[in-house]
Write a protein of this length. Sequence first.
Length: 89
Amino acid sequence: MRVEISTLFGLDVYTDKGIYVGRVNDVQLDLDEQKIIGLATNRLNPNLFDTTNHGVIIPFRWVLAIADIVLIRQVAKQFKKPEKEEEEI
């Protein structure tokens, strides 16, 4: 998949299930390989992420399609912090 880097900035990121993830803020590059390795996202969905962080890097290998939005694989379970189990005990 070839894309101009400047076209990625500001695009909303959604999972293939239609869940909003965040907005592309920056791009992580591998200059030796001349490829994108990650998308830095901000304005994160608080249901998926600990919003005390300023953003996350989405690995580019998760990207399924890029057009008006960025579509990634459903990976929400990998990001969500587990609820505090200490409260249950």
